[in-house]
Design a protein around this ligand. Structure first.
Ligand SMILES: [Zn+2]
Ligand SMILES: [Zn+2]
Length: 186
């Protein structure tokens, strides 16, 4: 597996003049699998990004629309399920502060709660916003349909594939050995 971050994006073509803007349509199909345990975009699953970068006073404002398809299993019946993702993000990447100059960074008004994103030279790292856009809205318990009835606990067949009167005899094999059992003190 490659350790290279595919979501590093070079803003080399964007002049550092407030008001400048560039737009890109990007596709990533070589990345780590991204998702939750039961639902994920596989490592070769295409992630599409419509990206707009704008030069603002403090840095580069990145606005993106991320779309992809996660695949997984229904948590009730284990049938394959797919889940479409279409989410937007917006992040401000600050120009790197030259610490040899007087500390200007303090003047930047940022919410203290938020981690300040900084550019790395001409690069912005889109890994976190893309990952968040993909993961945060994935259902933790994916279902093939809202009213999926799951599997019969005894035979493991999907209820949807079983007749309405499907049932198992009371003397199921797992309990057969207990029929002669009279209790702990007999
Ligand atoms: Zn299901
Ligand atoms: Zn059954």
């Amino acid at each position: 597996m490659t350790t290279k971050n595919p979501f590093l994006f070079s803003c080399h073509d964007l002049p550092r003049r407030a008001g400048e803007m560039r737009e890109y349509e990007l596709t990533y199909d070589e990345h780590e699998p991204i998702g939750v345990p039961l639902l994920a975009i596989p490592g070769d699953g295409a992630i599409y990004l419509d990206l707009r970068i704008e030069a603002v006073e403090q840095g580069v404002l990145a606005t993106g629309t991320v779309s992809s398809e996660a695949i997984g299993e229904c948590t009730r019946c284990l049938e394959p399920v797919t889940f479409d993702i279409d989410e937007t993000f917006q992040e401000l990447y600050h120009y790197q502060v030259d610490y040899r100059q007087k500390p200007k960074a303090k003047e930047i008004d940022v919410d203290d709660e938020d981690e300040l994103l900084e550019m790395d030279g001409d690069f912005i790292d889109l890994d976190a916003p893309i990952r968040d856009a993909l993961i945060l809205n994935l259902p933790v318990n994916p279902l093939c349909s809202e009213d999926c009835e799951g599997l019969c606990q005894t035979c493991g067949v999907k209820w949807a594939d079983l007749p309405d009167d499907h049932a198992h005899a009371a003397a199921d094999i797992r309990w057969a050995g207990l029929t002669d059992w009279k209790g702990p003190n007999s």
